[in-house]
Design a protein around this ligand. Structure first.
Ligand code: BGC
Ligand code: BGC
Length: 864
């Protein structure tokens, strides 16, 4: 393998440098002087802090050129606008927080629906419901009776693997799988299909592509990146932008195209520790060479918007970083579209809140993405800040010019209203067969064969086949985060009309060739199978909820490994299909498998996996494996930062690896399964961190019923439970017990966990809680219990501990596990390690629940 380091764009022999040079610009100098006689806010640029090294950044030869006619229109429209109208263009609220009347009154320049936000709050909203909302918002925006403004608004959405908020849409593999296909042509087609399905619902603008180059796979957004290396990302970025927006010389932003957003600028994939929204401490050269390449590709192809990133660069949040947003992006690189913020990201800039942030506008942010009810104070404060001179009028004019320029380019002033557009309401295009076929091709090309002992694959479909594992017939699990809901959780096969599970494909092949197939999640069977296909892997997650501490798959309770070993011990050959949003340390699972395929997150077309697994009836290969790792596969749980060209350590399987049929197998059955952490015996168990961790589910009960929490709010006769924000979105829960009868919130699993080893090593149940107001706790008894099945419960009274807490402060409680034993729990078979119950009337917020080892010194809840 070529080991030239790609960290620097020097020496000039670097592959990356050559590639970029041939694409458009030189590295370090050699720029083409070109583009954009745009009304940039020159004062802003010239007064900026002297840049560290702006020469690192090229001036791009952007395909979409300045159009004098459009510039004239922008200038004359701008000249008619008052300050309120201008600031309204810069405010982007969310559909859950504004009404159509708000749109009429304020005339927002744009609005969005966040992940899992639907018209009428209805998950099953039809394409017509989407168009109706688009039409109502559009009509309200051009209605000038209240605000004197008739500029069309635009709707932005996260169509990040197909139009993923809409029931029935074609869902493509997540980006990590597309990276493995290494096929820019296919990627352009996928983007064009996504644009079509988005246009059917009347939406104008898509928040994609994500061009993060992911350097530490602990990051919860690893699967949103195409690769750990910039090469594929740069090429794909251009292809996707063309697929979404159309080519600049053809149907650029025509009737069937949407505005695209290259995100998240810049350095999102390179934060320390893979921490979502964290700090990137790369040198400026590396920021460009690694994290900047998606912008080189996407902006050159003419992307009209860029989303600012939540992350910081050397401690400075990008939303407030003038050097990066203004000097580099708009100034040096020559980007003349607009910069949109990310989900209240401006509120994280030093000295800002969600409601006020002149710093971000001054740094170069053009549109505030401001969900929640913060939009109104933000709008008012921004107006005040312009009046007081805190924000220069020239900066506002620059921002609004950029927004209007894109609206003119997108034809928004000429296109008919959403309901009358070319594709609107053409419901048959949502999830159309031709679209699904392209997605199926992508699934086939994304699969990476890691192990194939004795050429077990391809399989004949004429045998007795057992299909096991909780991912086998589970379209929600195989689709991952950003699928109908934000986290991708709580989706069932019925939520994917027209879609298919991995099992569906296996069944079709077997039926066509005359074999037998049995589906059993736990691996039980009636006839001993010739081969078992086990489908397992990560549960869906999105953003920071998916951040992890190391790459070990199933820490603590290795249920899937137990299943694989059970089958293996019965002499059944095992094919593992591993669903995941990142490479993981699965040495034990690899050892227990004869064949092992990384299937990533294939989306709604699970059926296509079997096309590659099975041979044709005559034994010939049907589809060969062509997928290659676009991320290095780790040899240990702690090899989280191993990347292409890394010279310091070797991965288990390198970037670019992927077996074809007939190629010699390389992985043996005796890979090292010891970990650093295993030697230090028991590991703490995370029960809840932003979400409940598998295998537990959050359930609530009253005297008559028990239900699972499947949305952000749930209630019963005894209580009301909802998600709340502590540090980031929806990372904590609030439970309001109403005092009418006993209610409980529990983390429950159908399988029991043996926690007895934990009580022997001085472990505690740790949780972080907050009381929102002083409550008369004397009369409200509150309990924390561990449940171990019929007549088996250990119930600890925590009322006193709660009453000692300071109100409105998050504080940590630690209960010795032996307390639960003393109160009657049998820790060898715990179904629910956390049961919070009360018959009283009180409100408790909670987050971060763990079984902590060796934490006896922190105990602060007494046992009696
Ligand atoms: C994500 C963005 C997304 C936005 C809107 C943010 O939290 O970082 O990628 O576009 O939400 O849903
Ligand atoms: C919202 C999602 C949104 C996400 C962005 C969540 O709190 O419910 O709709 O996309 O934040 O990070």
């Amino acid at each position: 393998m070529n080991l030239i380091k790609n960290k620097q764009c020097q020496p000039r022999t670097s592959i990356l440098c050559l590639a970029i040079t041939s694409l458009l610009v030189g590295c370090n100098g050699n720029k083409q002087e070109s583009v954009a006689a745009i009304p940039l806010d020159k004062t802003a640029i010239s007064t900026a802090r002297a840049p560290s090294n702006i020469d690192i950044w090229p001036t791009l030869d952007i395909e979409v050129k300045t159009d004098v006619d459009i510039e004239r229109k922008v200038a004359s429209l701008l000249a008619t606008m008052n300050l309120e109208q201008k600031v309204a263009q810069m405010i982007q609220p969310e559909i859950r927080d504004i009404t159509v009347d708000d749109m009429r009154k304020y005339g927002f320049g744009s609005y969005l629906n966040g992940g899992g936000a639907f018209p009428n709050n209805d998950k099953h909203a039809t394409p017509d419901d989407w168009v109706k909302l688009a039409e109502a918002m559009y009509q309200a925006s051009i209605d000038d009776t209240l605000d004197g403004n008739s500029i069309p608004t635009m709707w932005g959405t996260d169509a990040v693997h197909g139009h993923n908020n809409v029931i029935g849409a074609t869902l493509f593999p997540h980006n990590i799988g597309l990276g493995a296909t290494n096929n820019p042509k296919l990627i352009e087609k996928i983007a064009a299909i996504t644009a079509t399905e988005v246009m059917v619902t009347g939406i104008d603008w898509v928040f994609a592509p994500t061009v993060a180059v992911v350097r530490d796979d602990r990051w919860g957004r690893t699967y949103e990146g195409y690769s750990e290396d910039p090469e594929i990302v740069r090429d794909y970025s251009a292809a996707i932008v063309k697929g979404l927006q159309g080519a600049s010389d053809k149907d650029f932003l025509g009737d069937k195209r949407v505005i695209s957003t290259v995100k998240h600028f810049i350095g999102d994939g390179g934060t320390e520790g893979g921490d979502d929204q964290g700090d990137n401490i790369s040198s400026e050269q590396e920021l460009f060479d690694v994290h900047g390449q998606g912008y080189v590709g996407g902006l050159t192809a003419g992307a009209q918007s860029v989303m600012a990133s939540f992350n910081s660069w050397h401690g400075s949040k990008v939303h407030g970083n003038k050097y990066l947003l203004t000097d580099v992006l708009k100034g040096k690189m020559g980007f003349d579209g607009f910069v949109v913020g990310d989900w209240n990201g401006h509120g994280q800039v030093k000295g800002c809140s969600n409601e006020s942030c002149p710093q971000a506008v001054n740094a170069g942010l053009d549109i505030f993405m401001v969900p929640t009810d913060a939009w109104k104070p933000l709008y008012e404060n921004t107006i005040k800040q312009v009046k007081s001179g805190e924000i220069a009028q020239t900066r506002i004019d620059d921002a609004v010019s950029r927004i209007l320029r894109v609206k003119f380019r997108a034809g928004l002033f000429d296109k008919p209203s959403p309901v009358n557009r070319a594709l609107s309401g053409k419901t048959h295009l949502i999830g159309a067969t031709e679209h699904r076929e392209v997605a199926q091709q992508a699934v086939r090309e994304s699969l990476v064969l890691l192990k194939n002992k004795g050429n077990l694959l391809p399989l004949s479909a004429k045998q007795n086949i057992l299909v096991a594992g909780d991912g086998a017939d589970n379209i929600g699990k195989q689709s991952g985060g950003w699928t109908i809901t934000w986290q991708g959780t709580n989706n069932f096969n019925d939520d994917f009309p027209g879609g298919s599970s991995i099992y569906d494909g296996i069944e079709q092949h077997v039926a066509a060739q005359g074999g037998n197939v049995e589906l059993n999640v736990d691996g039980k069977y009636s006839t001993k199978p010739d081969v078992a296909i086990v489908v397992f892997g990560e549960e869906p997650y999105a953003e920071g909820v998916g951040d992890i501490e190391n790459l070990e798959y199933q820490q603590g309770i290795k249920q899937d490994l137990v299943l694989l070993n059970k089958l293996k011990s019965q002499g059944i050959p095992v094919v593992s299909l591993f669903i995941s949003g990142r490479p993981m340390w699965v040495n034990a699972e690899l050892n227990a498998s004869d064949a092992f395929v990384a299937v990533w997150l294939p989306g709604s077309e699970g059926v296509a996996v079997a096309d590659v697994l099975f041979s044709k009836k005559n034994g010939d290969i049907n589809h060969d494996f062509t997928g290659k790792l676009s991320y290095s596969w780790p040899a240990t749980a702690n090899q989280t930062k191993i990347n292409r060209f890394d010279q310091e350590s070797q991965p288990l399987l390198p970037y670019g690896f992927g077996l074809n049929y007939g190629e010699p197998n390389v992985l043996t059955d005796d890979l090292d399964v010891s970990t650093d952490r295993m030697s230090s015996s028991l590991q703490s168990i995370t029960l809840f961190e932003s979400s409940v961790k598998s295998p537990w589910k959050m359930m609530i009960s009253d005297s008559q019923s028990t239900s699972t929490m499947t949305s952000s709010i749930i209630e019963n006769k005894a209580l009301y439970l909802r998600t709340i924000d502590r540090n980031v979105q929806e990372d904590a829960r609030r439970v309001i017990f109403n005092g009418t009868e006993i209610g409980q919130v529990a983390f429950t699993s159908t399988s029991a966990t043996d926690l007895s080893p934990y009580s022997k090593v001085n472990s505690t149940l740790e949780l972080t809680v907050r009381l929102t107001e002083s409550q008369n706790l004397a009369e409200q008894q509150v309990y924390l219990s561990m449940d171990c099945g019929e007549q088996c419960l250990g119930k600890v009274n925590i009322t006193k501990a709660l009453s000692l807490l300071e109100v409105k402060q998050w504080q940590t409680l630690n209960i010795d596990l032996r307390c639960f034993e003393k109160k009657g729990a049998d820790l060898t078979k715990v179904n629910s390690p956390f049961v919070l119950s009360s018959a009283g009337k009180l409100t408790i917020d909670f987050t971060d629940v763990f079984i902590r080892t060796n934490s006896i010194d922190s105990v602060n809840v007494s046992c009696d």
